[in-house]
Design a protein around this ligand. Structure first.
Ligand code: GDP
Ligand code: IMO
Ligand code: MG
Length: 424
């Protein structure tokens, strides 16, 4: 079966964009199945840098069809701007396909995201403020507005009016902000409809037909396993399911179509936004990871929190997703350190946890139990085969694979497309 899922094994920003870009060369479709423009996927080819938030990374290959499937939430203004940006870079956006069932991010979703966070104060999630949570809230409350509604102006206007009846009570009374004008929103959004129309289709059918013809489908996860609304560190998560099951639900493809599930993990770990993070480093090692790894958010520019690789979490992600192989990114960043630590368990109130704890408190208050490995302290960015890596770096990769129980199929040693190693 020709479908492969690529998804984040940590808290996002693992390098999914660059990984998908590698596999997209042989894909006929690359599919975003959840999330929206909270994602920021960076691809570097030569001296060209592309940061994508909604358009799947397959856009770089002229024969590949980028698909934005039903499980996503789409801000049409952002999507159109991203298509324009792609066109400016001589990438053809006319191939992008958008599900008629995808939900729209409306202006009040962005507004609510921002004011809710402000009101949460110290307890805020640290969202990207793109309206993701409120858009999914409406979806599950069955009051959302979908892409297909844009093509029925009467229905669209009435849905906006209904939604605003509620929103315009909440904004001034609860959040002390101005109400929103429906007419302007309807006019703005119907203005997008014409440009979006040629892209809108039944993406589930499109993919099913492709699979029937033996075409290759590549699913591109956004965010990561630990940000999954069901399996992540709730409530410090996103509002969708980045995990492997989410690829099926979000695209309308059955599980039997998938034969490979690739987990993308950094050689260390990062997190942006609030929430528990057992291996977080607040010292100069953490600062060095941020500095050398360029750990600043693609979408928000926020400084990412960094720490040593957490094998408890990685084994958990492997179980939740049934990874068939791992792609380990940013190994080059660890070249800076004399010794490299890896968390193999957590200690909390005298108890040792080797499995991801069911009680969130443990994640906040535990002390990671580390094993130490030798660093290699040499530049590995030019390595192109496993044998090119120093023995300590090979030992690190083999150690992770052994401890997680899944082969590491690839390692990357720099952000550029060619800076990677395939491991037999
Ligand atoms: P994504 O959201 O999972 O696609 O990841 P991001 O693009 O947000 O963040 C990953 C960052 O690391 C990007 O700036 C990439 O260019 C960069 N990157 C990816 N792989 C490597 C690597 O192997 N080495 C280095 N040094 N940077 C990398
Ligand atoms: P990619 O696809 C890292 C985080 C936010 C916040 C939480 C909820 O680039 O890996 P949201 O706006 O989704 O309601 O925010 O999730 N978050 C991400 N962190 N990478 C991402 O995407 C993220 N998308 C959301 O920082 O903590
Ligand atoms: Mg990112």
């Amino acid at each position: 079966m020709p479908a492969t899922i690529v998804l984040g094994a940590q808290w996002g920003d693992e390098g999914k964009g660059r990984v998908v870009d590698v596999f997209a060369e042989h894909a006929d479709f690359v599919v975003r199945y959840q999330g929206g423009n909270n994602a920021g996927h960076t691809i570097i080819v030569g001296d060209q840098r592309l940061a994508l938030s909604l358009i799947p990374s397959g856009i770089l290959y002229p024969n590949c069809i980028p698909v934005i499937a039903s499980g996503t939430v789409v801000d049409p203004k952002v999507l159109l701007a991203e298509m324009d940006m792609a066109a400016e870079k001589n990438l053809d956006p006319s191939r992008v396909r958008l599900s008629a069932n995808a939900h729209l991010i409306m202006p009040w979703h962005r507004k609510l995201d921002a004011v809710k966070e402000r009101y949460l104060g110290r307890n805020q999630i640290g969202t990207t403020r793109k309206g993701i949570g409120p858009a999914y809230t409406d979806k599950y409350a069955r009051t959302g507005i979908r892409v297909q509604d844009l093509f029925d102006p009467k229905i669209f206007a009435s849905k906006v009016e209904t939604a605003l009846e509620d929103v315009n009570k909440v904004l001034p009374r609860v959040y002390n902000t101005l109400p929103m004008a429906g007419d302007q929103i309807v006019e703005e959004y119907l203005g997008y409809a014409e440009r979006l129309e040629p892209h809108v289709t039944d993406t589930s059918l499109l993919l099913w037909e492709g699979l029937q013809q033996g075409k290759q489908v590549l699913f591109e996860g956004a965010q990561g396993t630990l940000l999954d609304v069901d399996h992540g560190t709730y409530p410090f998560v996103t509002s969708s399911n980045p995990t492997a099951g989410g690829a099926l639900v979000g695209s309308g493809i059955g599980p039997k179509a998938v034969d490979e599930i690739i987990g993308v993990a950094k050689a260390y770990i990062s997190r942006v936004g609030t929430g528990p993070f057992p291996t977080e480093l607040h010292d100069e090692i953490g600062d060095k990871m941020i500095e050398l790894g360029g750990e600043y958010g693609t979408v928000t520019g926020r400084r990412r929190r960094c720490g040593w690789l957490d094998l408890v979490a990685l084994r958990y992600a492997t179980r939740i997703n049934t990874f068939t192989r791992l792609f380990l990114t940013k190994l080059d960043i660890l070249s800076a350190f004399d010794t490299i630590k890896v968390a193999v368990a957590y200690r909390y109130q005298g108890e040792v946890f080797t499995e991801f704890p069911r009680q969130q408190r443990v994640l906040y208050e535990c002390e990671p139990i580390y094993e130490e490995l030798h660093g290699w302290k040499t530049d590995i960015s030019g390595a192109r085969s496993f044998g090119d890596l120093p023995p300590e770096a090979r030992a690190y990769v083999e150690y992770i694979s052994e401890r997680v129980g899944v082969p590491i199929g690839w390692v990357s040693v720099g952000p550029e497309r060619s800076q990677m190693i395939e491991i037999d």
